[in-house]
Design a protein around this ligand. Structure first.
Ligand code: HEM
Length: 506
């Protein structure tokens, strides 16, 4: 007994500093939690010191744990992620009201998601340079989508259609043998986006292209909002986590290098103001016009913007189409109904256009139902509170993180009866016309809502409808695909890699 006592005293003396620090921090965190709970702050479960509620979240499906908590604590509740005070909202009206208010439209201080960007770019930045960047990027994307002065010839559609044609040609080459869909979708949809963002296309065997795809996939996996590395800085003193962080930093700077090489190549020539083909062209033209690149037009910021657009645009658009193709193989009757609608509206001898979509209600409903059922970004993209705010009767302190829990919104049985059923008809009126719901938020809402929405919708619609119109999408011979396998959950939710069998319809 005396020996144990001796060991304890010795340990206490040697580690006095660390123990004192841990004691004080626990006291401060607990005091802060109790303080918050005393005042009129949203209810929620207690976590543990330093880690908050992180250890209790399902690692592969944190959105399910958070949805269960919403059932217990209500449509707005609070938890600690690490020691970051977090508000989780699954009520559309509250999300809408909050995100239309300036004080709710910052980004939280997440060490991986936003910290690696050092406040640059668009996705993770705040303040004046963010506002300027957002305006420039938003206007540029609108011109690229609708054409200069609204001229359809310079709009996004012909460019997307060329990529769709290449994609279908490639799929037809696989007719009869299994096609590895995740790879094919990544290459062709990724290329369509690369044209709008970088003004360039890549061959399948291009080294930089393959590297970018690898880095992006890695980023999708690690950049989940609930990754402990986002919150708990002392984890970086452990070799395993320090290595992950180092790898992320290295891969980021290597992909920035690829973007810089493309910029250097492009800036050797003059950009024609009548022929701006990509966001990068628009930046180079502005730098040309100003005579130098500074402020938001400095090379470093442009690299970050381009990288953010690639990151935000690729993953979401590719995930949307990957789910759509998988579901068409799993639900053949839904696929046949979509194909029949296209045949009746468009016929068999031409491509499906965006104009056709005014009458392709069922096809539109299938896309909306994928965005609901699969909730491509189940935790939404988190916002940061820049000034103390109020929602309903609750106060939200400055510096909080706000999670719009889109999965819970899209699976709320009070809004969507039998939410686990994949049923496109729920988006149709009795007369077959489209029923728009305010409760579907795939692009989020408010001042920071996705600036790539119009482009994303066009790419998803044209790739999906033209593929279904020309090819029958089937499970590989001898196996039945399943849409219920646990998906890959990073910032977005993607299906596990899968193969399909394709048959010509025409
Ligand atoms: C189906 C496709 C897409 C979906 C479902 C989607 C969804 C979203 C969501 C939910 C957000 C978060 C908004 C917020 O913080 O309130 C977002 C932000 C963003 N998206 Fe998209 N997106 C898609 C396609 C695209 C495309 C094609 C691009 C670019 C070409 C893009 C660029 C961005 C950017 C830059 C942001 C950050 C905006 C900001 O912080 O101000 N997205 N997107």
């Amino acid at each position: 007994m005396i020996e144990y006592w001796y060991i304890f005293v010795e340990f206490f003396c040697v580690h006095f500093d660390e123990l004192f620090f841990a004691f004080c921090t626990t006291l401060i965190v607990s005091a802060a939690i109790l303080d918050i709970r005393d005042k009129n702050y949203p209810p929620g479960p207690m976590g543990v010191p330093f880690l908050g509620y992180l250890p209790f979240l399902q690692s592969r499906a944190p959105y399910l744990t958070l949805t269960e908590l919403a059932q217990q604590y209500g449509r707005i509740y609070s938890i600690n992620l690490g020691s970051l005070y977090t508000i989780v909202i699954s009520d559309v009206k509250m999300i809408r009201d909050a995100f239309s208010t300036n004080g709710f439209n910052g980004r939280p201080p997440l060490q991986i998601n936003n910290g690696l960007n050092e406040g640059k770019g668009i996705l993770g930045s705040d303040g004046e340079s963010y506002t300027e960047t957002r305006r420039f990027v938003g206007n540029t994307l609108q011109t690229l989508v609708y054409g200069k002065g609204g001229d359809p010839k310079s709009s996004a559609e012909p460019k997307i259609q060329r990529n769709v044609t290449e994609f279908i040609k490639d799929l037809k080459n696989h007719a009869g043998q299994p096609a590895q869909m995740d790879k094919l979708v990544r290459h062709h949809v990724g290329n369509a986006l690369a044209e709008f963002i970088l003004g360039t296309r890549f061959e399948k065997d291009d080294k930089s292209w393959n590297y970018l795809q690898l880095v992006l996939q890695e980023r999708f996996r690690t950049h989940t909002v609930t990754n402990s590395l986002n919150y708990v800085s002392f984890l970086r003193s452990f070799t395993k986590y320090a290595n992950i962080f180092k790898l992320l930093k290295e891969s980021k700077s290597r992909s920035q290098k690829v973007f810089q090489e493309i910029m250097d190549k492009k800036s050797q020539g003059q950009v024609d103001s009548n022929n701006v083909q990509s966001v990068l062209d628009a930046y180079l033209l502005e730098i040309q016009r100003r005579g130098k690149g500074n402020g938001i037009f400095a090379a470093d910021n442009v690299q970050h913007v381009v990288s953010d657009l690639v990151y935000a645009g690729w993953d979401t658009t590719i995930a949307s189409l990957s789910w759509l193709y998988l579901y068409m193989a799993v639900y053949p009757s839904i696929q046949e109904r979509a194909a029949l609608e296209i045949e009746q509206v468009v016929g068999k001898n031409r491509e499906v256009t965006m104009k056709d979509f005014e009458r392709l209600h069922y096809c539109k409903a299938v896309i909306l139902e994928i965005w609901r059922h699969r909730s491509i970004q189940p935790l939404g993209v988190p916002h940061g509170v820049t000034e103390r705010q109020k929602i309903g009767d609750y106060w939200i302190p400055k510096g909080s993180l706000v999670l719009p829990l889109l999965y819970a919104v899209h699976h709320d049985a009070r809004i969507w009866p039998n939410p686990e059923e994949f049923r496109p008809e729920r988006h149709l009126n009795d007369d077959g016309s489209l029923l728009f719901s305010d409760n579907l938020l795939p692009f989020q809402i408010g001042k920071r809502a996705c600036p790539g929405e119009d482009l994303g919708r066009r790419i998803v619609s044209l790739f999906f409808a033209n593929t279904v119109s020309q090819l029958r999408i089937l499970s590989p011979k001898g196996s039945q695909l399943n849409a219920d396998d646990v998906p890959d959950c990073g910032l977005t939710l993607s299906p596990q890699p899968y193969q399909l069998r394709l048959e010509n319809r025409k």
